[in-house]
Ligand binder design. Sequence first.
Ligand code: SF4
Length: 285
Amino acid sequence: MKIIKANVLGYCMGVRRAVDKALAAAKNPLGKKVFTAGPLIHNPRVVECLQKQGIDILDDENIPETLEGSAVIIRAHGISPQLEASLKQKQADIIDATCPKVKANQLKARQFSEKGYAVFLAGEKHHGEIVGLMGYCPGCIVAENADEATRLAEALYQKKPESACVLIGQTTVSKEEYDAVGREIQSFFPHLIIVDAICNATTERQEALRRLCREADAVLIAGSKGSANTKRLLRIAQDMGNPAWLVEGKDDVPVEIRKYETVGISAGASTPEEVIEEIEEALGQ
Ligand code: SF4
C-alpha cells in the first residue's frame, strides 16, 4: 500500500501555540495549580495528556469562589472579557493563549461596537469562539447562515434603517458562507463593512485535502469526532467521492482500508502529530 499525506494537515499555528503554552505551564515553574478555561482544544487525547500533567479544566459554569494560587490558560478561540475579568477578580493569573487572529477579531468587534455600529457575527452561536466574541460587542447579532442573516438584517432595517453595520465572523467559517451572509446584510445595508475575519488555516487544510483526494483511492482523516473542522474534512473527502473514515487513533483504522492501493491521510487543526504518526504506522504494518 502506498501512503500519502496531505501537504497541509494537523495543528494550525493557534492550536500549536496554545498547546505549547500549556505544556510550558505544566512544568509549573511558579508552583501554581493550572487550569484551562474549558477544554484547551477539541481533542480528548491532548486534554487527557494535559490532565495527567496536572492541568484541569475549569468549567465556565462552575468557577470556584477563589482562584488564589492558580493560573488559568485561555484557549485558542478565546473567552469573553467578562469571564476574563471574573477570573482575574478571583485572583487567577491569566495565561492568554487566545490565537492572535481571534484576538484581532475581538478587538475589531469592540472598536466597532464602541463606535455605535450594529455588529453582525457570522458563526455558530454556541461555539466558544463566538460566545467569547459576543462579549466584546454587547447587543451584537449572530447569524449562523445566509437565511438567518436575511431575517435578522430585515428586522434591524425595520427598526433602525439608518444603522451603520459591520460584519465579523468566526475564524473557521467558510468563505462561501461568510460572503453569502455579507450579501444578505448588504441588500438592506449597502454600506456594510466586512471585516476580513476568516483564518486561512482551515481553507489551506481543505484545499490540500482536495488535492490529496485526487491522488488517493481512499482517505483517513485523523482527529476527534468532537472537532467541527475535522468533521468538515471528512465531508469534503466524501463529497469528492473517496471512501473516507474519521479515525481518532490506530484502533479506528478500518480493515477495509487494506484493499486500496493508495491511501491518503489528512488531519484536523486540533490533531497532534503523534496521532498522525500512529495511524501511518498502523497502515504500514
Ligand atoms: S484555525 Fe486559525 S484562527 Fe483558529 S486557532 Fe488556528 S490559526 Fe488561530
